[in-house]
Design a protein around this ligand. Structure first.
Ligand code: FE2
Length: 368
């Protein structure tokens, strides 16, 4: 039983070589995680946090991959006074964790564009049931970041689908940038030290997570001078070049059997104005990935469709580096949600678009 102090089941997000074990709690509490004999803490320079509802505890992947079990220890505070704070006895919750170790038949579910909904995407994302190896949450999970509460959607869905038993990867969407709390997004979502673009080394999977930011020019009246995404994307170009420089410890690492590109926006398409803020930068990102990283599969969302776009398809304007899957089709009027459920094996992937009831809409096999 999940303790009452937890809002949802925990979730485990992968960033670079670390896991972030995420626990949301509606009581004032500190959270630490015990793995084997080692303790890990949600802390700031030696101080355990209790003022945020979201607790994120960073664990080196190798530690959890070896033990395959973690215990969350939550201590609720009665009064956190400067001297002699008072607290309840801690509650503990242990989860058996399945690291991504197998090298074929890897089951990945992709969810995005949930726009604040929890139930439908949670059902659709459970297509593989206990056989799920990795969940990708591809942005626009909350409808906007106007309230700090909105960040809970990500952890609610991730907890519902995985129960903290297998890893997740998060890639941010454009709607996540909107609203007065968006500037705190990095405190409430998995990032690499605050950066929403990063690489992930997850057993045989290597992933490059890119973030397009907003989907229109910084000058668009809709943003009212609150974004500087052009500069953000220029930094990201430098990051991609750095990843390529470090390819020996990134995508050319011996255990990187599968290379995934993850981004909310399928940025190889030229969208009609005003949705086309960065033709030059996106062309460069496509070229850098196509000529260097050479990903096997690109998982995206944003368009609210279920599509498989091969290289050279009519919407491939900037030079796709590989087959692009647009993986989530919500229909909020009809109360259905289609997710992309992918099984990876050497040189091939089976993609199953399935709805809330697990009904298969379309199955396709692709080679890479
Ligand atoms: Fe979007």
């Amino acid at each position: 039983m999940i303790p009452n102090e937890f809002m949802f089941a925990p979730s485990v997000f992968a960033v670079e070589d670390n896991y972030l074990i995420c626990v949301a709690s509606d009581v004032e509490a500190t959270v630490c995680v015990k793995i084997g004999d080692e303790m890990f803490y949600d802390s700031s320079n030696g101080i355990l946090r209790s003022k945020k509802y979201l607790h994120m505890v960073e664990i080196p992947m190798e530690v959890l991959d070896k033990e395959k079990k973690y215990t969350i220890i939550l201590r609720e505070y009665i009064e956190r006074k400067p001297y002699f704070p008072t607290s309840n006895e801690p509650v503990e919750y242990t989860v058996d964790f399945s690291p991504l170790e197998k090298t074929e038949n890897i089951n990945i579910s992709y969810i995005s564009d949930t726009h604040g909904r929890v139930e439908m995407p949670s059902k659709s994302g459970r297509y593989f049931g206990e056989k799920l190896d990795l969940l990708v949450l591809g942005g626009d999970i909350a409808d906007h970041s106007g309230e700090i509460e909105n960040f809970k959607t990500l952890f609610h869905i991730a907890g519902n689908i995985t129960e903290g038993k297998c890893p997740c990867i998060f890639s941010r969407g454009n709607h996540d940038l909107r609203g007065q709390c968006a500037e705190m997004l990095a405190d409430y979502t998995p990032t690499s030290g605050g950066r929403s673009y990063y690489t992930v080394h997850l057993g045989p999977i290597w992933a490059l997570v890119l973030d397009c930011g907003e989907d229109k020019s910084d000058k668009n009246a809709e943003y009212g001078y609150t974004v500087a995404c052009h500069d953000f994307r220029l930094r990201e170009t430098r990051f991609i070049k750095k990843v390529i420089e470090n390819k020996a410890v990134e995508y050319e690492k011996e255990n990187a059997k599968y290379k995934l590109l993850l981004s909310h926006v399928p940025f190889a398409q030229r969208y009609p104005d005003p949705f086309n803020p960065e033709e030059e930068i996106y062309t460069e990102w496509c070229k850098l990935c196509r000529e260097n990283v050479k990903p096997d599969l690109w998982l995206t969302g944003h368009k609210h469709t279920a599509e498989i776009r091969p290289v050279g398809n009519p919407d491939d304007h900037f030079g796709q580096p590989c087959t692009c899957i647009i993986g989530a089709k919500p229909d909020f009027k009809e109360n259905t949600f289609v997710s992309a459920n992918i099984t990876l094996s050497p040189g091939r992937a089976t993609i199953i678009f399935a709805d809330t009831e697990g009904r298969v809409e379309r199955t396709e096999e692709i080679s890479f």
